[in-house]
Design a protein. Structure first.
Length: 55
């Protein structure tokens, strides 16, 4: 699994000439996994503090 793909490669934008659906799907999947891992690695106390301070 290529978890760091979203960190190494900029988001791909499809164009009519160059449809890269497979690469875009892999990037989206990698991006979602990275976000999930980052959210899970931040302690709950910090997450609560950040969400309260944004209100």
């Amino acid at each position: 699994m290529d978890l760091d793909l979203a960190l190494r490669v900029e988001k791909l934008i499809p164009t009519p000439d160059n449809l890269q659906e497979v690469k875009i799907e892999k990037w989206e999947s990698s991006n979602q996994m990275c976000l999930m891992i980052m959210k899970r690695s931040i302690p709950k106390a910090f997450r609560d503090f950040i969400s309260k301070s944004q209100r």
